[in-house]
Ligand binder design. Structure first.
Ligand code: NAD
Ligand code: WQD
Length: 339
């Protein structure tokens, strides 16, 4: 039996595909490569000694998806495929509604027809939006503040309605906080196209000399050092969370919602300091104006994941920094097609 990993060439999907393969699972990847490279499949093979089956296809292409289900004995799906840049979602909402909502709907229709009813869905802490209640618990109302977040909330509602409409579905919704870091081998990691939107890839690109300095967005927030506070989670801990979630939906029927975070808040300036200490690389930075839409501080209450699936993070901030740097050091220009 196999697990279909949509978006499995991407950042989180590739690490999860590696963890699943190491755990003895058969992995089948479907990815349109809109934000990733096919050579990631070679890297997963190099890491694990087993090559996942790979199909270049858009999840909105139901015919292509159906062929994958007809070729492999798929018993469950982890759905990563989608678009994820908040700023881009404001500029191009229709592209986000299409990829994220139509993509999920197409996948669910095919699963329905094929009789496969186990799904793990990549949601995001961004669905909580602005609230004074910190840390975030899963029972907070969803009030996303941007189109990207609204597509994630919409898919969560779609999954909830589907679950209640038909017996047999078993669904895990995972709300990730800030995924960072890389596989400790340095073979796979985060490889954003163009100028990184996110903090950690920006830091690693500064560390290898691709960019002169980090701009810290805001130094006057009501936080201990004035910079924003987030809950950073090592991508390997996150990948292991998917294995735990699969175990949960395989062991029982239900609709489960879990935060995946470390439960600890770390500021931008703390991250810069931790990175320099862990890697020995200086990260020049200057304080810039606040970035529109940023919240001052939030982190996860991750106790429900510990209770329900015996999952928690194990890796430290130093592990995160060292592993992120190792990927960037080995791949200074990211994934390059000849490697
Ligand atoms: P990513 O862009 O690296 O990976 C997504 C993958 O999906 C890419 O390989 C891309 O080519 C593929 N893809 C996109 N649209 C597709 C489509 N229509 N059909 C087939 N493939 C398609 O992003 P990631 O960081 O690995 O995120 C994975 C999932 O986790 C996304 O759903 C994202 O919204 C969610 N998420 C990410 C973060 C984060 O900070 N990275 C946080 C919370 C949730
Ligand atoms: C982290 C902190 C920035 C870059 C985003 C999405 C969220 C989720 C995770 C998908 C913030 C600061 C950043 C830089 C900086 N993704 N920063 N200089 O915004 O917390 O969350 O990714 O679901 O939905 O919004 O992550 O990495 O962009 O920023 O100072 O060059 O780093 O202001 O405080 P964010 P991030």
């Amino acid at each position: 039996m196999a697990i279909l990993v949509t978006g499995g060439c991407g950042y989180i999907g590739s690490h999860t595909a590696a963890v699943l393969t190491e755990a003895g699972r058969e992995v089948v990847i479907v990815d349109s490569l809109v934000n990733s490279k096919a050579l990631v499949v070679n890297r997963i093979e190099a890491l694990t000694g087993r090559r996942p089956a790979f199909y270049k296809a858009d999840v909105r292409n139901e015919q292509a998806l159906a062929e994958v289900f007809e070729t492999h004995p798929i018993e469950g799906v982890i759905h990563f495929a989608g678009l994820k840049a908040v700023g881009e979602s404001v500029a191009q909402p229709l592209a986000y509604y299409s990829a994220n909502i139509e993509g999920a709907a197409a996948l669910l229709r095919v699963m329905q027809r094929q009789g496969v009813r186990r799904l793990v869905f990549s949601s995001s802490a961004t669905v909580y939006g602005d609230t004074d209640i910190i840390p975030y618990t899963e029972d907070l109302p969803l009030q996303p503040m941007n189109p990207y977040g609204r597509t994630k909330a919409a898919v969560e509602w779609m999954l909830t309605d589907l679950y209640h409409s038909q017996p047999g579905w078993s669904i895990s919704i995972l709300r990730y906080f800030n995924p960072v870091g890389a596989h400790p081998s340095g073979l796979i990691g985060e490889d954003p196209a163009g100028i990184p939107n996110n903090l950690m890839p920006y830091i690693t690109q500064v560390a290898v000399g691709r960019r002169p300095e980090l701009g810290v967005f805001g130094g006057d927030y009501p936080t201990p050092d004035g910079s924003c506070v987030r809950d950073y989670i090592h991508v390997m801990d996150l990948a292991e969370g998917h294995l735990a979630a699969l175990g949960l939906i395989e062991g029982s029927h239900g609709l489960f919602v879990h935060n995946l975070g470390s439960g600890r808040g770390v500021s931008v300036l703390e991250m810069v300091k931790a990175f320099s200490e862990a890697t020995g690389q200086a990260v020049p930075y200057s304080i810039k104006p606040r970035r529109a839409g940023d919240l001052p501080a939030y982190w996860a209450d991750a106790s429900k994941a510990l209770r329900d699936m015996n999952w928690r993070t194990h890796r430290s901030l130093a592990d995160i920094c060292r592993d992120a740097y190792e990927f960037q050091r080995q791949n200074p220009k990211g994934y390059v097609e000849t490697t």
